[in-house]
Design a binder for this molecule. Sequence first.
Ligand code: ADP
Length: 588
Amino acid sequence: MLPAVKLPLQWKWFFGLVALLTALLVLTIVGIDVTLPPYLVHKIQEDLERDVHLMQYAFTGPVTTTPVSPAQINVLAHDLGQRTGLRITVIAPDGVVWGESSPDHQPNEMENHLRRPEVQQALHTGLGSNIRHSHTLGVDLMYVATVVRTGEPTGPVRAIVRVALPLHQIAQTTSRVRRTVAIVGIVVGLIAVPFLFWLARRYSRPIETMRQMAARVASGDFHTRAPERIGGELGELADALNQMSHQLETRLRELANEKAELTAILSGMTEGVLVVDAGGRIRLMNQALRQQFQLGDEATGKTVLEALRNVELEQLIAVPSAKEMTVLTPTERVFVVNAAALRNRAGTVVVFHDITRLKKLENLRKEFVANVSHELRTPLSIIKGYIETLLEEPAPDAAIARQFLQTIQKNSRRLETLIEDLLSISALESQQAQLTKLPVTLASAAAAAVEELSRQARAKSQRLTVNLPASLPAVAADPQRLHQIIINLLDNAIKYTQPGGQITLSARPVEHEVEVCVSDNGPGIAAEHLPHIFERFYRVDKARSRELGGTGLGLSIVKHIVQAHGGRVWVESAVGQGSAFYFSLPRA
Ligand code: ADP
């Protein structure tokens, strides 16, 4: 099959108009062919009827004189035939032909005419007509006949007069008219063609332009404009198109802006947002949600159960409400999930508020309060117990009372250090403790701490060595806090290392920092404790720590201070091989 040729509108209109014109012409010719011949026949018949009455009048005399002279009648018929151009036949009442105008026929050679249809009709009604093919002349003829009587209108019939005319005139007239009309039609057509071409062009051009414009608008190009200088309805259509395009552009721009805003809002949100359609399939996820649940683009279009594998969530979407949910993402996270139905039940929007950190903090706080209460209660109940014993009757003797009072003193000191440590931690945590960072040399800080703790070390016959390179750069630190770090680490080393042990404070510059190490050759710490050693109230051996006056907060304070300075803290240790506590601080 041939491919359909797409004709431009202009040509379609042009050919349409030409076809219309041609059809009109053909129709006119057919109309002429159909209506003209019957009309002409009718007209000829009318003429012949008039003629036959004239002939009736002309032959009344000759056919009523007695005796009738057929020769005279024949001459008259001949004569009248020549003058009028008609064929005239005069027939006796018995059908014998008396006179005949046609020079090809002799009356006495002609057959009896009584049975001719027009003759019969004339005898019965006074006037008869018939169309017949004349074999003699080889053409169609119309015959009209009437009777001649003596004493009109009912006297005896004296003769029948008949006139005839060949009908080939009709065909000739018809074809002449047809030819004339065709020629006129063709001439008119030829003159009309350029006009039709112009007309088709005049009206198809703007329509074609508008069609192209509409197509361009549909494909998103709003900068084309329909031709504006056209009058009439087409002009109005062009205006309307231009307006529509303008409004579309504005609406689309607004929509795009709204969408961009929405996308910006959604991607800027820390809460995860999920939109599911009425069929429960995911339509939209924001960046936060993708991260929270580690989802990719392939999740779009899936059901919530397929993508997130969470029945609880599926139920929440089915009956929108708010709920706290623990989800494996794959790490365990706690969310406050809010589901709300969209308007017209078009779907559901679900917002995930991650409260994992908050929950953790809350748990830590609870744990901390419990720990603090416990830590405070132990020394308090000891103090209370001893005071009660001291107050009992009979009073204990002086030596025992003194021993009791020493225990009370020791525990109240413990309470004091505990409260000091707690205050330190709370100050560090609430960031009230404003750090006043100054360039501090480690040598001076270490010397002050060693000085402070030398008595304790001497009491356990431990060697306290400071080993610092001469070129060690100064650090940027709050001098008091740095002192606290070193004291806590050295104090721990002295406390937990056996008598006669070795404790060393050393340091080295590393990139932009200075790395400090407090090491000992004490008992060391088992690997399982190392990850927790900097946690609050974490002790490897609770009883021993208490015995030594520890609060379980020393390392936690160290960690806080170092981190507040932008440094790191870590430990290397193994059972039986001593411990090395490291911290780093930025250079001054
Ligand atoms: P404490 O007040 O109990 O010393 P810390 O936070 O200072 O609390 O220390 C936590 C725990 O770490 C201690 O209870 C102890 O078990 C262990 N530890 C700290 N320093 C050392 C060290 N130098 N050698 C062995 N164990 C240590």
